[in-house]
Ligand binder design. Structure first.
Ligand code: X8Z
Ligand code: ZN
Length: 620
């Protein structure tokens, strides 16, 4: 960082998938209003509001830089000291953001230009967990956050293996959940990982109390309303729209659930997977049963080969973890995005360090609101991680292309957009594309398409109810509908109702299973991933149209297509400067969330599933 008289070059952090969304630009002047003695509100003018916003953005940007570097440190070297530093920086950031958010209310009575009003609203809604204006409580909130992140990141499960104790990291357990088919081992890992979270429960409970008090001081009923207020519509309308979209895709989920249950029943037998009812949660290839692509081998018909096994292609190609990231970068540059800067390659974390604990959950960061972008992952050489790399790079390319927006607009059009960008690109990892980049020799014929769609559905469709329920649970916790004595019960009611899965062993309030999922201790809202699953198919459909592709959506790849690239870049460059329906319209011509694209994409699979499920009793 370089200090210059009067203009301090400052930078800040944005970590997509992390709790605080921050960004930065160079600080100019204009701290005058924010620092001047409080003026009489009645005298304030629109010009004062603009000056206030300029000063506020400059101050936040500066503070966010400090918070980003501390957070990066605490995520990549988990220890007492990094947590101490991170909590301090986060406390300072929260204090400032809360102070500015409340100060913004002094312009409430003014008739302001829409852009000024939007920035004031965004200032008010910028934090994920606001603290009340009490320094001791703000400190407590920051310490709770750092502590829970650290507990999750450093979590391990130790078990007896061939007479010796072996401790597994979450990444190692994830690999076993994906590939091992021994139900006893899978159950043991499932139960074992969940030992990480009971100690989090009192911390979480206190964090909710503090966050609710903070949201109330900002004028919201509770954190649930606050979290749902960030979508350019009334909070209840947002929740209702999520339910409406779910209603549209639910038949597809139910058909998939029915078929998967039947196939798992064939493989494991009635004692392990009953032919009726809920599917045991430890047998779906993923620690949280949120995406099921890893059990494709159990679900496919004997004659239904997928057109490719992406893990096999990655392994056979001999590429390194860094090479995998290069493959992702190449897709974005083929669409006209700037190549990643050298600092990205120097500063990112691609693999799990052997000598220390880190938060392995994948994330993308912008440290300075400009070009210091990075990803933090513990990459495995699998198809799943190649897709996650595209997901993370989507965040980074978005961050970079909106870097010249004002600080408060250095965000996605809504948080679902941010999550959808990389996934949209990954939908173009088709056989045609893989052949073009030399990872595959021949494009398989159409007879293999159902296999490909099945593989995609096991990830994309299986995820939808999980994407919906995580924040349904949090909203109920925040608004007091669910009290701490029922945290785990309420969690499993939702898991059972929406996903049709069941815990493999009895659970009780001694357990705190929500805490064993990153986004609960990590305080990352989750509705965004549900939105993104719907949006990415809308984006894919629109980009394929722009590219002049006329074939089925699942065969379309926009690799190297200028028209599609231009459209995507134009929308992303808007950042959060416009209401999200404007951004949506710029890319798709539609102003609403529309599940018809995901339904169209999977239409051939739906027909197949309906046929397969004939004579089966579906549902749970
Ligand atoms: O957390 C993530 C990304 C980082 S934003 C890896 N995802 C959700 C999850 O892992 O639970 C992507 C899909 C859903
Ligand atoms: Zn993400």
């Amino acid at each position: 960082m370089k200090k210059v008289a009067l203009a301090i070059a400052v930078t800040v952090a944005l970590s997509a998938c992390d709790s605080e969304q921050q960004a930065a630009k160079s600080v100019g002047v204009a701290q005058a209003v924010a620092e001047s003695p409080a003026a009489d509100n009645a005298q304030l003018t629109a010009k004062d509001a603009e000056a206030f916003l300029q000063g506020a953005q400059a101050r936040l940007e500066k503070m966010a830089q400090e918070a980003s570097h501390a957070a990066w440190l605490a995520s990549t070297y988990i220890n007492l000291d990094s947590q101490y530093v991170e909590a301090l920086a986060s406390e300072r950031y929260t204090t400032l953001a809360v102070e500015l958010a409340s100060e913004a209310a002094k312009f409430n009575h003014l008739d302001l230009a829409p852009d000024t009003r939007r920035k004031l609203t965004m200032l008010k809604q910028g934090l994920v967990f606001p603290a009340p204006k009490d320094p001791a409580v703000t400190t407590e909130l920051a310490q709770i956050g750092s502590k829970m992140q650290g507990m999750y990141g450093a979590g391990k499960y130790c078990r007896e293996d061939a007479g010796a104790e072996k401790c597994y990291t979450l990444t190692e357990m994830g690999q076993l959940m994906a590939t091992n088919r021994d139900p006893e081992l899978l159950e043991d890992l499932w139960v074992g990982w969940r030992k990480v979270s009971p100690p989090m429960k009192p911390l979480y409970q206190r964090q909710v109390e503090i966050g609710n008090a903070g949201a109330q001081e900002l004028g919201y009923d509770n954190l649930s309303v606050f979290w749902r207020s960030k979508y350019d519509m009334a909070p209840d309308a947002f929740a209702a729209d999520m339910d409406t979209q779910w209603g549209k895709v639910k038949p597809l989920y139910e058909a998939l659930h029915c078929h998967v249950r039947a196939k798992l029943n064939d493989h494991y037998g009635d004692d392990v997977v009953p032919a009726q009812g809920k599917i045991p949660a430890h047998l779906l290839g993923n620690m949280w049963a949120q995406e099921w692509g890893n059990v494709y081998d159990l679900v496919k018909d004997d004659d239904m080969q997928a057109p490719y096994d992406l893990t096999q292609l990655v392994v056979d190609s001999g590429m390194s973890e860094k090479d995998m990231v290069k493959v992702g970068e190449k897709f974005f540059t083929s669409l006209g995005f700037e190549p990643l800067p050298n600092t990205f390659w120097d500063r990112s974390q691609f693999t799990q360090p052997r000598d220390r604990d880190v938060v392995c959950h994948a994330s993308a960061w912008n440290m300075d609101g400009q070009d210091d972008i990075r990803i933090k992952m513990c990459i495995n050489k699998t198809g799943e991680d190649l897709v996650t790399i595209h997901h993370e790079l989507g965040h980074n390319f978005y961050q970079r292309i909106y870097k010249d927006q004002p600080f408060l607009y250095k965000e996605g059009a809504n948080d679902g957009f941010h999550e959808a960008v990389g996934d949209t690109i990954a939908l173009s990892i088709t056989p045609k594309y893989l052949k073009e980049v030399g990872l595959m020799d021949e494009v398989p014929d159409e007879s293999k398409d159902i296999g490909y769609l099945m593989q995609q559905a096991l990830d994309k469709i299986a995820f939808l109810p999980f994407g919906l329920l995580v924040d349904k649970w949090r909203w109920q916790v925040f608004n007091g509908e669910v009290m701490p004595a029922d945290y785990n019960k309420a969690w499993w009611e939702l898991r059972e109702e929406y996903q049709g899965i069941a815990a493999p062993v009895e659970r009780s309030e001694e357990n705190f299973d929500p805490g064993a999922k990153y986004h609960i201790p990590g305080n990352t809202p989750y509705a965004r991933y549900f939105l993104a699953r719907i949006q990415q198919f809308q984006f894919h459909r629109a980009l394929c149209e722009a590219a002049g592709e006329t074939g089925p959506l699942h065969r379309c790849s926009i690799y190297q297509n200028n028209e599609a690239g231009e459209k995507l870049r134009a929308m992303l460059a808007m950042g959060a400067s416009k209401h999200w329906p404007d951004a949506m319209e710029a890319l798709t011509g539609q102003r609403d969330l529309d599940a018809s694209a995901i339904i169209d994409y999977f239409q051939p699979l739906m027909a197949y599933l309906e046929e397969q499920n004939q004579g089966r009793e579906c549902g749970w």
